[in-house]
Design a protein around this ligand. Structure first.
Ligand SMILES: [Zn+2]
Ligand SMILES: [Zn+2]
Length: 159
């Protein structure tokens, strides 16, 4: 999981299989339904087009759910919690909410390899300093700072 894959590889296999099945079964199911239950059935081509359209929409939805389930896991978020929100909040708003709320991708600590959030100053596993920090107040410093912007301590003196 250290290499960042493309979006396609984040979608788990079960979501791909389900999506493909829906695209195949959609037109068949819709055609069968429309031809048998309507008193004056529409042309078969129309039924197939309808089935394909709704099947494709549903397949995209399934792929988005699969993506969220896998993506939330690698961001250290509650994967099943977000998967359920994505499925059950109507009009795909749960999916929109996920992309608004999701946490940034975590990167491995250069010292011990533990996945850490970009906002962290220290690795929580091995205490490696991920960003330069003020020796006096401990706040994170940018590389161009000569003095700590929080307490005024000279950075050079402690370098
Ligand atoms: Zn570490
Ligand atoms: Zn300081």
């Amino acid at each position: 999981m250290s290499k960042l894959g493309s979006k396609a590889s984040v979608v788990p296999a079960w979501a791909w299989i389900l999506a493909v099945s829906i695209v195949v079964a959609g037109p068949i199911g819709m055609t069968a339904l429309m031809q048998t239950h309507e008193s004056s059935p529409p042309p078969i081509a129309l039924s197939i087009a309808f089935g394909f359209f709704f099947g494709a929409l549903l397949a995209i939805f399934v792929l988005a759910i699969g993506y969220i389930n896998r993506d939330a896991k690698r961001r250290g978020m509650k994967a099943w919690h977000w998967t359920l929100i994505a499925i059950f909040v109507p009009n795909a708003l749960g999916i929109v909410l996920y992309f608004v709320m999701r946490e940034p991708l975590r990167s491995p600590c250069p010292s011990c390899g533990q996945l850490v959030q970009p906002a962290f100053n220290y690795c929580p596993a091995c205490h490696h300093a991920l960003k330069p920090a003020c020796s006096s107040c401990g706040k994170a410093l940018a590389p161009e700072h000569a003095f700590c912007p929080y307490c005024g301590t000279s950075v050079q003196a402690h370098a």
